[in-house]
Every structure is written in structure tokens, then in C-alpha cells.
Design a protein around this ligand. Structure first.
Ligand SMILES: Cc1cc2nc3c(=O)[nH]c(=O)nc-3n(C[C@H](O)[C@H](O)[C@H](O)COP(=O)(O)O)c2cc1C
Length: 466
């Protein structure tokens, strides 16, 4: 048993609380198998798939010796007759877990539960979580707006997750923009029983996504995703998706809601339409760039298309290292002092998620580097623990605190954070602003510099009247 063991592991039959999202088209037996082999739990993404495919993929998993896995379906996006056959197939095959998403279908939930199947439902709000728990769902997934694919809710995960965990007594998994061991520890510190990974596991060798999509993911940064309603054919109305920006999302391919359909690809004889929710799969040909290139905001932290097993092992190793590090023994020069977990206690949820920082942040960075150069020129020893890599006079502090406040406001932190009060002296303001921002910055060099600034301000007495 690992440090990370949680109640969902017992419910799902996994060793670690890492769950592969039921990504339609992308999550097939090969990926579920790899995730299971690494100790996690995986859903086959079977939205609108025929019962024959569900059966084939389930049999593949069972032939490989896997017993614990789930099947994901989306009642609201499926023709009722097909949905009926999908549900009947899951019951006949006695799949252990079924995951659902979008509108809760109470009847489907009840039928599955009556057949002894564990039901997991993904929600985008507290009300939906309560409704799901009342309907007999045994695990809810709280999906933040950072998520790749269809996005149900409107709130950032760091805000939604604590509210959902407080509102229901069943285990809650966190989803949306998550990619690292730090994310796992942070989510668990907010009450999650584990995390759901979509994009981070789509960008692996075993996923059924087309190589074109994987390469686009690899080249992308956090700021390259967008929430859009451009890709809507096959789904109920008002269902935004998070995808990589493209000519289609910028409007260059025309009005997505205009009448008529344009064929842009093919999957074994099935036409793929422009503006449909289909994403490029191994089994497709066509104009991949014009298809839905789903991606969550965690994409900037995916640096390779390796094996799913290696990705999960890295996440676990990172999380376990964070959980076993004794802060008293931490050498702040050698480790990432800004890991989210360091702030879990004090931020009360206002910190998780991928920062989509404005370029302005580089201004702050440049300013600090200039201060460092000038400090060095004045003979300051940069290695001494008491020496910050910047000047600490009142003017610099005031200027930095203003910039940090503006950045925090741009990040939507201001509404839920006391830095808006602006009645504090610059040093305290700066500390609070940095506390809100540092854990969300993805560029290690900048994050470490800001973290050191924060640490310095916390531990040193400054004469800010200078
Ligand atoms: C390519 C892709 C396809 C998805 N398809 C489904 C789906 O069929 N059913 C579902 O419940 N969720 C689906 N999702 C959403 C995931 O359940 C989950 O909320 C999301 O992947 C989490 O965010 P992340 O991608 O940043 O990890 C999909 C996500 C992606 C990226």
C-alpha cells in the first residue's frame, strides 16, 4: 500500500488514486491496460460507440488479465436506442464500473446500480454533485473549467473542488488541467480522493489519438488552449469544449452554426464533419488540423509522448517525494521551494490550477534580474542565505506589489483573495500576492525566483522606509 492510498482505490480496485478519463475515441483497451498495469484505474471512452466495440474492448482487457476497469458513456449525447443497448451491454458483460458525464440520467444510474455496477459521474457544480449523490452515484468527479474536452462547469478547479468535497459524503475525484505529482498532492490536500487525467494520458504512446494530435499537444503551451463552442455537431447544444487554438476556433473556417455540412475526414467509411466533436484518431484520415484538438490547460507541463506507465510512475514518485519531505530539512536552493503543497494550508483553495499568465509576468522577472545584477555589482554575496536576488527598498517593493496585484487580478485571484484590500504595506501585499501566484506559475526559473523572494520577505526584517 502506498502513501497515496485512498477510499477510491478500495471502491475502484486500484493501487493508486490516479484515474484515466473516459476519453471518447482516445481511451481504448491499450491505454486502459497500461494505466491499470501502473496501478491506476482506467475508463474505456465509449461515448456513442456500438455495443460490439464495447464488448471487443472489454474482452481485450479481460484477456490481458485486467478485472478492474470502467466504461464511460454519455447518455445526453447518445441516441436513446443506442444508449439502451450500451447500458444492456455493460450489464451483460458485468463491467465493474460505469462512468457517466453531462446531464445525469437517474434511470440509467439506477439500472446500473441495481445490476451491482459502481457508478461514477462527472459534475461541473456543487448542485450537480449533490444531485448525483442522491441518485446513487458512488464517486463524483469535480471537473474544473481547465479540463480538456467537453467542459461542464464554469469554475476553476481550485474553487470548485473544496466546495464539492464539503457538499457530499461520497469520494470526490478532481479533474481539469492536472498533470503532475504536485497536482495530485494539492488536490488531495483540498479533500479529493484522487485525480482524473485526460490530456496527460492522451499524450502517450498507448492512446488512440492520432499522431498529429499528439504532436500538436507536445508543441503547445498552457496559453494555447481555448474554450469554444465551435465543435458542436453530435452533442446537445451549449456544450463548450477546451481545445488547442486553431484556424477553426479563430473563425477562419466560417460560422460553425451555419446550415450544411462539410466533410473533412473519414473513419472507416464514416464521414467526419467540420465543426463536429470528433478528434483525430489513429483510425482516421483527413484534415486533422480542422478537427477538435482537445487539450486541458495542463498541456504546458507535458514534455514528451512517452508511455502511460512512465507518466503515472513519475506522478506517483513526485507526489510521494513531496509528502515525505520534511520542511525543516529543506535546502531551499536545491529544491523547488514553490511546490503547491507548501501552500496548501494557507491558501484555502485559492491556488490550484494552471496559471495562464500574461506576458507582464516577464516584466516582473526582468525587473528582479536587473535588481539582482545591481545587487551583485554592489558586492552583495548572492550565496548568503540572507541575501535576496533583488533589492528590498520601499520603491521596489511597492512597484513589485502593484505588479503582482495586477497579475493576480488578471488571473482571477483577486476576487477570492485579501490582496484586493490594498490597505497593507507593500511588503505584506507583495507576500500575499506572491502566495496566491507562486504555486500556479509553471516556468521553473521564474517560479523559483518568486518563491525565493517570498521566502526572503517572510524571514527577513526589512527597513522598507529606505
Ligand atoms: C480528448 C478528450 C476526450 C474526452 N472525452 C470524454 C468523454 O467521452 N467522456 C467524458 O466523460 N469525459 C471526456 N473528456 C473529459 C474528461 O473526462 C476530463 O474531464 C478531462 O480530460 C480532464 O481535464 P484534462 O484533460 O485537463 O486532464 C474528454 C477529455 C479529452 C481531453
Amino acid at each position: 500500500m502506498t502513501l497515496l492510498h485512498s477510499p477510491v482505490c478500495d471502491l475502484l480496485g486500484s493501487r493508486i488514486p490516479l484515474v484515466l478519463a473516459g476519453m471518447g475515441g482516445v481511451a481504448r483497451a491499450e491505454l486502459v491496460s497500461a494505466v491499470t498495469a501502473a496501478g491506476g484505474f482506467g475508463f474505456l471512452g465509449m461515448v456513442r460507440e456500438p455495443p460490439e466495440l464495447i464488448q471487443r474492448e472489454v474482452e481485450r482487457l479481460r484477456q490481458s488479465g485486467h478485472r478492474h476497469f470502467g466504461v464511460n458513456i454519455i447518455p445526453a449525447a447518445t441516441d436513446p436506442a443506442l444508449l439502451e443497448r450500451q447500458v444492456a451491454t455493460c450489464i451483460e458483460l458485468a463491467v465493474p464500473v460505469v462512468g457517466t458525464f453531462w446531464d445525469l440520467d437517474e434511470q440509467v444510474t439506477r439500472r446500473l446500480r441495481d445490476a451491482g455496477i459502481t457508478v461514477v459521474h462527472q459534475v461541473g457544480s456543487v448542485d450537480e454533485a449533490i444531485e448525483a449523490a442522491r441518485a446513487g452515484v458512488e464517486i463524483v468527479i469535480a471537473q474544473g473549467r481547465e479540463a480538456g474536452g467537453h467542459v461542464r462547469g464554469v469554475r476553476p478547479l481550485r474553487d470548485l473542488l473544496p466546495d464539492v468535497t464539503a457538499a457530499v459524503t461520497i469520494p470526490v475525484l478532481a479533474a481539469g488541467g492536472l498533470a503532475t505529482g504536485g497536482d495530485l498532492v494539492t488536490a488531495m490536500a483540498l479533500g479529493a480522493a484522487g485525480i482524473v487525467l485526460g490530456t496527460a494520458l492522451m499524450a502517450t504512446e498507448e492512446s488512440f489519438a492520432h499522431a498529429y494530435h499528439k504532436q500538436r499537444l507536445l508543441a503547445a503551451d498552457a496559453g494555447d488552449t481555448v474554450l469554444t463552442s465551435s465543435f458542436h455537431i453530435n452533442w446537445p447544444p451549449n456544450a463548450p469544449v477546451r481545445v488547442l487554438k486553431s484556424a477553426v476556433t479563430s473563425g477562419a473556417s466560417g460560422d460553425p452554426h451555419a446550415p450544411g455540412r462539410v466533410v473533412i475526414g473519414d473513419e472507416e467509411g464514416r464521414p467526419i464533419y467540420l465543426f463536429s466533436t470528433d478528434s483525430p484518431l489513429r483510425s482516421m484520415t483527413g484534415d486533422f488540423e480542422s478537427m477538435a484538438l482537445y487539450a486541458g490547460t495542463g498541456i504546458g507541463r507535458i514534455r514528451d509522448i512517452g508511455s502511460a506507465v512512465a507518466r503515472l510512475q513519475n506522478i506517483v514518485a513526485e507526489a510521494e517525494a513531496l509528502l515525505t519531505t520534511d520542511p525543516a530539512e529543506t535546502d531551499y536552493d536545491d529544491v523547488e521551494v514553490s511546490s503547491s503543497v507548501c501552500y496548501a494550508g494557507e491558501m484555502s483553495g485559492a491556488y490550484m490550477g494552471e496559471a495562464d499568465l500574461a506576458d507582464d509576468l516577464w516584466l516582473l522577472d526582468a525587473q528582479m534580474q536587473a535588481a539582482l545584477r545591481s545587487a551583485l555589482a554592489q558586492g552583495v554575496n548572492p550565496d548568503a542565505a540572507s541575501q535576496p536576488p533583488f533589492a528590498a527598498n520601499a520603491a521596489a517593493l511597492a512597484s513589485w506589489s502593484l505588479q503582482v496585484r495586477q497579475l493576480a487580478a488578471g488571473e482571477g485571484v483577486a476576487t477570492s483573495h485579501p490582496i484586493v484590500s490594498a490597505k497593507l504595506p507593500p511588503r505584506a501585499l507583495l507576500l500575499q500576492g506572491l502566495g496566491a501566484l507562486v504555486p500556479r506559475i509553471t516556468r521553473p526559473s521564474l517560479r523559483n525566483r518568486l518563491a525565493r523572494l517570498r521566502l526572503f520577505l517572510q524571514t527577513e526584517e526589512h527597513d522598507v522606509s529606505a
